[in-house]
Design a protein around this ligand. Sequence first.
Ligand SMILES: Cc1ncc(COP(=O)(O)O)c(C=O)c1O
Length: 504
Amino acid sequence: MDDQSTFRHAGGMPLALTASRVASLVGQHLEGPGRGEGPAYARLADALRQAIVDGRLPQGTRLPSERDLTGPVGLSRTTVTRAYAELRDQGYVVTRRGSGSLVRVPDVPGGRVDHLLAPSSLDGADVADLTCTAQGAPPGLTEAFERAMADLPAYLPGTGYYPGGLPALRERIAARFTRRGLPTDPEQVLVTAGALAAVATACGPLVRRRAPVLVESPTYPNAVAALQGAGARVVPHPIDHLTHDWDVPGLAAALRASGARTAYLIPDFHNPTGALMSDEQRVQVARVLRAHDVVAVVDESLVDLPLDGQEVPAAPLGRHLPTAVTVGSASKTFWGGLRIGWLRVPRSRVEEFASSRLRLDLGAPVVEQLVLCHLLDRYDEIVAERRASLRAGRDVLLEGLSVQLPDWRVRVPTGGMALWCALPRPGSTRLAVAARRHGVVLAPGPTFAPAGGMDGWVRLPYSLPAAQLAGVAGRLAAAWDDVVRGRVRLEDLGRGVSGDRIIA
Ligand SMILES: Cc1ncc(COP(=O)(O)O)c(C=O)c1O
């Protein structure tokens, strides 16, 4: 039975795992080498704890009742009851009347273990959803659709399958790379259903099961999930959040120690920190990657969003790395609803990546690709509007924080869509719980931590309209006060954190 069929999701209720699924998750730990010692309840508790800590039993999951679990694990009810009691005592399980026993990843690092972001479920006019770095559609989008509809008849006699992408769009994307200093033929561009699908496509040729893959820490969690889904063992490489520097000697050491031959990097307005890799760092990072024979997946999703009037950053990192694959997206520049991204691959590997793509899907939608052609034709005008509205959002949020939460530290990002704030003390997970009560939905720091921790950080996207962001700092201050005064109950953690997932 697969995971889908063993998860049930009833409106607003926590995820629930069937008893047989839990038994299969803990089975190898119960029976594995060296596991035969100690009382049965302690072994079961240990196996469940392992599953919680390594993310196989995610935060907020409802465990089967003690009675239901007895049969599948082959242990008595008293034994299961004692195991659950031990987990409860240790803070790995909370029991709520009417909801049963819920998994909790205790305290710091508090919270997220699944590295998946999906849309928040909290709606309402007065809710500021800060789980997403994404703007609403730009002006002119419907007009681009109208133009695309006018183009469409020419495509109707064909099958509509363009596994590499519409030629007209591939040409435009290739021309943009070439203009930015990375000469590219249209054949080197594969159009995908968004940048995340491009990362997943790249995993095919680049990621072997259990192979180490270096990622920045913090990083964009869904990419971590895609890498792990392909079997990668992620190796975190910290980037310094307050100086926004990539640590080049540290990178060399991490590559040497881990033996990673693949790296996933976001050099342009990195998500979540907003860091921009300087020209000099690009040269140094590329030198280290080449010396260790590493193929980089360079995610440029946010490259079009410098906010301080500076030129679009330095040369693409891929220019220094002939073996790199570069991921791009229309989501941040134009609109996430288009679901269009791309992959630029070395000429010698086009076939390999094209085959990998065919294992995932057969192409992106024709109309949206035509729409993107029209949007790219109006790039300057549209992007100027995107940047102006992000700049306004960033400045409003920064101003609010400086007044309401002066002890939160943040380095002003020069582009991208989010602030990465250092809290005066750990408590990001609790903050996310408290913030909901004040009408703000957040992804806490641990969401972005590929190897746990980061409860002392929080990402604050500024992609909502500035008017909506104006009151956010005040609400966050009230929420932080709840945290500092100990008004966030441990029991609320599951509800506040794992019920919500964000996408961008
Ligand atoms: C660095 C990065 N890569 C990829 C994505 C996903 O982009 P897309 O909507 O094109 O799949 C995001 C979204 O936030 C992102 O920040």
